[in-house]
Every structure is written in structure tokens, then in C-alpha cells.
Write a new protein. Structure first.
Length: 230
């Protein structure tokens, strides 16, 4: 990708697409060199950085302690940073990404976000699962070695009310159900959540920790990590 410059705050973002999705309005817009996703008027993410989304994947891989050809589930396609980074890593045996918004998938398949994800989506290890993440972890017969979840601004700041169930004991039980023994859960957040850390421990996850990732602007993002029973 070409170098990204900081948008002029006086420039108005250009709306590239606006759709009414199954969970409300989703918008893709361009602000300078950046592409931005907005859901129900709430800023979700842009293409300005991506280091914390990439770290989400790497932290999960490291916690697997060299497990051969692990299967990875990414919750949320977003702008594609996590998917592209995972597909570029030969350690992963399979990479599935769950996305519930048809518009976001379209923006990657044949829209502006394809510049970030086209190579990853062409990788034979990669598949898109068109589903709600909470529903998927409760119903799928598939199992995974790692879950990298980035569907909200964090456990305490969800995009839709229905997502809140993912971070409860029942939601984490669903995640544990699809994890193979000793599998890893990694959850992206814009800020630390001590309450979620405690919920992970109470749900039976071990080696629970929160890792801060410095970003280009603002306070650090974090990744909450936990390892399931062996």
C-alpha cells in the first residue's frame, strides 16, 4: 500500500457506500487516504494503522506454543488487517473469518477494501463465513485452535446490544465449546476491561492477561488473552 497521510481535519469525508444492514446502517467513507467504517453513526475503524489488529493474531499464535498448522477463527472482517496478516503467516493451517454485514464483505470482494484483503482472500486456506459471530460459536460443528475476536470497540463498548452476550459467562462458554484443548482466545479492545479479565478466569480460561499495544494516535489498544483447558 502507498504511504498513508493524516487527513486534513477541515476536509469532509466522502461517503463511498451507505447501506441498511441486518443490524442497522453501515457506511464506508474515504477521508484523505483513509478508508473508514461507520456503524449506526459510531466510528468503528479505519486503515490508518493496524498494528493492534495484527498483534491480536500474533499474540494468539505465540500462545499456542508452536502447535502445527493451527486453525484460526477471526471474528469480524473489519478493514482486513487481521485477515491479511494471518494469511501472510505460513504457520496457520486454516483461516476462517466470520462477518455478519453483507456490505463489509462486498467492500472486500469487489470494493475499495480489496486493496487490503485481495491476496488473503485468494489464499486457499482462507474462507469467509457469512454469519453472526455469537450464533456461529454456538452452532458450528467446526473447532479451532485460536479465536481472534474484533467485532466491537471492546467488551464494555459493543457496536450492537446483541454483541454483549459474547463477553458473558454464557458467551465465553460458546467460545470454549469451539476451541480445541489448550486453544487460545484473544479479544481486541480500545481500552482495558478488568471485569472481562475476571469473567475469562471464571469461565475456566488460564494464563489470562491483557497486553497493551501502542498506536499512532491516542491511548493504547489492548488484547485480552486466555488459554482454554488442555
Amino acid at each position: 500500500m502507498p504511504a498513508i497521510t493524516t487527513p486534513d481535519p477541515h476536509d469532509r469525508p466522502q461517503v463511498l457506500d451507505r447501506r441498511e444492514g441486518p443490524h442497522g446502517e453501515v457506511v464506508l467513507r474515504r477521508h484523505g487516504d483513509l478508508l473508514q467504517i461507520i456503524a449506526n453513526g459510531c466510528f468503528l475503524m479505519d486503515t490508518s494503522d493496524g498494528r493492534s489488529e495484527r498483534r491480536l493474531v500474533d499474540a494468539a499464535a505465540e500462545a499456542l506454543d508452536g502447535r502445527p498448522a493451527p486453525h484460526l477463527l477471526i471474528g469480524g472482517l473489519g478493514v482486513g488487517f487481521s485477515l491479511a496478516h494471518a494469511a501472510a503467516d505460513p504457520r496457520w493451517g486454516r483461516v476462517a473469518v466470520v462477518e455478519r454485514e453483507p456490505a463489509v464483505i462486498d467492500w472486500h470482494l469487489d470494493g475499495p477494501l480489496s486493496q487490503l484483503s485481495a491476496q488473503a482472500l485468494a489464499d486457499p486456506r482462507t474462507e469467509i463465513v457469512r454469519a453472526d459471530l455469537v450464533t456461529h460459536v454456538n452452532e458450528t460443528p467446526d473447532t479451532y485452535d485460536a479465536l481472534c475476536l474484533d467485532i466491537d470497540n471492546g467488551p464494555d463498548w459493543t457496536v450492537t446490544e446483541s454483541n454483549g452476550g459474547l463477553y458473558t459467562p454464557a458467551g465465553l462458554a460458546g467460545c470454549a465449546r469451539v476451541l480445541r484443548p489448550g486453544g487460545v482466545i484473544a479479544v481486541w479492545s480500545a481500552r482495558p476491561s478488568p471485569i472481562f479479565e475476571e469473567t475469562l478466569r471464571n469461565a475456566g480460561f488460564q494464563r489470562v492477561r491483557t497486553e497493551e499495544i501502542p498506536v499512532a494516535r491516542g491511548v493504547p489498544d489492548v488484547v485480552h488473552l486466555g488459554v482454554g483447558p488442555g
